[in-house]
Design a protein around this ligand. Sequence first.
Ligand code: ZN
Length: 375
Amino acid sequence: MRRIALTALAALATFATAAANEAQPAQAVAGAPGCLAKDGGLGTERIVEIDTAGGPLFGDITRQDKEATFLKPKEVVLTFDDGPMPWITRSILDTLDKFCSKATFFSVGRMALAYPQTLRDVLARGHTLGGHTWSHPLNLKRLKPDKAIDEIERGFAALSIASGGRTSPFFRFPGLSDNGAMLAALQKRGIAAFSVDVVSDDSYIADPARLARVTIDRVEARRGGILLFHDIKTATAKALPTILAELKKRGYKVVHMRSKELLKPLPELADELQPLLVKNDPPRGPGAERAAMLPFYGALGPVAAKNMGEGEKVAALDIEVEQVAPQPRERKIEPSKEAASKPKHVARTKPLDLGYPAGWSTNVQRARLNRPVYD
Ligand SMILES: [Zn+2]
């Protein structure tokens, strides 16, 4: 049941008539990039620039060793997973522009190749792009290690070619299902992992008013943190203006994350995926065809190592930038109890302590057992 639903979604993402559904990106607003609010909106209080070389892990919801938070009380980081999905992502981008707030999008590789213009719009409006695997397997830990690593690397390669090399080495595990071995692999590649502090529950709440209430209650209970949303959910797009207005009213500030360096994809995977991108995103204009035949990392040269465009926007907005560079830590690699060769029933594991009742993990377990989800 679950597998059928996922296969159908994957097919939708890869083979939908992407060009027909994707409008051209919106134009940036002169003078204040991506900002439409007359009163400054919720705004972006400050930027945290993360050096990912040591493979840090941020966010409360994990059993692994993690870094101390870089957030002060009443600060939030906005994150959106699972897109891009043009008709949802664009609405969310418009809302973020209205509030002058910046976010991080953890996007799925095959979605990025299906909707590359939307992916580039995310970056054009000053947001950060991180990876969330190639095809969003619900539990990477259940895959054989080499298959799990391929999911991560293939996802990043897809994002890199679709974004023109502007992907950050930021990763979020689907279902927040991490382990020491995969974190060690990310560390070797200089990729940071991001769990979550506050779950909006937008995977399960379809009513926008209720979603806004639940999200704000949870933000207040924890006094901020890294917030998880999904840019594939209608309710999220509908609830976001209320959520951001309420955060402003209650004195919360938005912190924007960006990476010190950009991600360098594995060249063999980038080459393998390039024809898929060209198929969904045919080159336009004189010389475009030839340029599209070159791998982006060849076409862009050393400039690809810089976070292009971001510096100018930061200067224009006069926002404080804090550098965060955690030292690498030794990852504990647990013996694999969940190898792919074991029976494929869904085990009931002890829920993580989220600090509030009616937990997210309870919902995830119920959803995994009883209905197809794509969280
Ligand atoms: Zn996800």
